[in-house]
Design a protein around this ligand. Structure first.
Ligand code: UDP
Ligand code: MG
Length: 308
C-alpha cells in the first residue's frame, strides 16, 4: 500500500454491532471523494467480538488496518495510537457509532484543500445527548475557557481533520496522559470550523457516563490549568485575614468585658469549616501530584498486542 492521502482513525471499544454499518457508509463517501485512503481501526481492548468483526471486515473492505491493544487504555490512548500509525497527508478521527456523520468528510477535505491545517466539526445541536450530559458539557467548556491557558472550542469533539503537520506536532508531545481535545487545541495551526448536527448512536451503548465523564473533565482541567493550585494562595490569605479580624475582636471584647465562657458553637463551626477547606486544598494538591507521579513513570500511553 502506498502512502494514502486520507487516514481515517476509528477507535473501537465494544463496537461489534456498529462496525459493519460504519464501514458501509464511510466507504461510499470515501469512494466518492476519490483519493487514496486508509481506515485505521484501534481495538481498545474490547470485551465483545469487535476484533473478529474487524478481521472479517478486512476481507470484505479495502484499505483497512487494525491495531489491537493489549487491554482497554481509553479513547485518548486509542486516538494517540491512531495518529502515531496514520500514514496519510490528512488524519480524521471519527467515532464508529456513526454519531459523527461520515458525509461531512467531503467538506472537511474540501476545506483542507483550501489551505486549512485543522478543520473542526462543530455540533450545533446536541439533542441526541442526554440533558445531564449537555448541561455538564456546557459547564465544562465555560469553566475551562475561563481558567485554562488553551481555549478548547465549544461543542467540538474529536471529529475533525488534521493535516500531517498537525499530526507531527502532536506526536512530539511527550505526555502519556493525553487529554486529546486540549492537546489538539494546544498545537494551534490555521483552523476553521464547519457545523453539523450530532446524530444518535447507531447501536450499542455509550461508554462515557457519569463518573467517567467527571474524571475526564478533571483530567481536562488539571492538564491545562494551574489555577486550582494557585487559588489556594488567595483562599488562604482571605481566611487568614478574616481570622485576624475575628481574633482582634475577641481580644478587644475580653479586655473590655472580661472573660466569659460561651462560644462553643462558633468554635465548632470555625473548626469544621477550616477543616473542610484544608481537605479540599489537599485533594487538589493530590490531583496534580497524581499527574506528576504518573508522568514521572514515563510509561507509554498504550501497548499494542498486534497489527493486522
Ligand atoms: N472508545 C474507545 N475506548 C474507550 C471508550 C470508547 O475507543 O474506552 C470509542 C468508542 O468505541 C467510540 C468512541 O470512542 O468509537 C466514542 O465512544 P462513545 O460513543 O461511547 O462516547 P460518546 O459518543 O457517548 O461520547
Ligand atoms: Mg458515541
Amino acid at each position: 500500500m502506498n502512502n494514502p492521502t486520507i487516514s481515517i482513525i476509528a477507535p473501537c471499544y465494544n463496537e461489534e454491532e456498529t462496525i459493519e454499518p460504519f464501514l458501509r457508509r464511510i466507504e461510499e463517501i470515501l469512494t466518492q471523494i476519490n483519493e487514496p485512503y486508509e481506515i485505521v481501526f484501534i481495538n481498545d481492548g474490547s470485551r465483545d467480538n469487535t476484533l473478529n468483526v474487524l478481521l472479517n471486515a478486512k476481507q470484505n473492505f479495502k484499505n483497512i488496518r487494525i491495531i489491537n491493544f493489549s487491554r482497554n487504555f481509553g479513547k485518548e490512548a486509542a486516538l494517540t495510537a491512531g495518529l502515531d500509525k496514520a500514514r496519510g497527508e490528512a488524519a480524521i478521527p471519527i467515532d464508529v457509532d456513526l454519531q459523527d456523520p461520515p458525509e461531512l468528510i467531503k467538506e472537511l477535505v474540501a476545506r483542507w484543500r483550501e489551505g486549512y491545517d485543522v478543520v473542526l466539526a462543530k455540533r450545533t445541536d446536541r439533542t441526541s445527548d442526554s440533558f445531564a450530559k449537555r448541561v455538564s458539557a456546557d459547564l465544562f467548556y465555560k469553566l475551562n475557557g475561563k481558567i485554562s491557558n488553551v481555549d478548547i472550542p465549544n461543542n467540538v469533539g474529536d471529529f475533525r481533520l488534521m493535516s500531517k503537520r498537525v499530526v507531527e506536532a502532536l506526536k512530539q508531545l511527550p505526555e502519556n496522559q493525553r487529554f486529546m481535545k486540549g492537546l489538539f487545541a494546544w498545537v494551534g495551526f490555521k483552523t476553521i470550523a464547519i457545523e453539523y448536527v450530532r446524530e444518535k448512536r447507531e447501536a450499542g451503548q455509550s461508554s462515557f457516563n457519569g463518573w467517567k465523564l467527571w474524571n475526564f473533565a478533571l483530567d481536562g482541567i488539571t492538564s491545562f490549568s494551574t489555577l486550582p493550585l494557585r487559588i489556594w494562595l488567595y483562599i488562604g490569605a482571605l481566611v487568614s485575614f478574616l481570622s485576624f479580624l475575628y481574633g482582634s475582636f475577641i481580644i478587644l471584647k475580653t479586655l473590655i468585658f472580661g472573660v466569659d465562657l460561651p462560644g462553643y458553637a462558633s468554635l465548632a463551626v470555625i473548626m469544621l469549616f477550616l477543616g473542610g477547606i484544608q481537605l479540599i486544598g489537599i485533594g487538589i494538591l493530590g490531583e496534580y501530584i497524581g499527574r506528576i507521579y504518573s508522568e514521572s513513570k514515563c510509561r507509554p500511553s498504550y501497548i499494542i498486542e498486534g497489527e493486522y
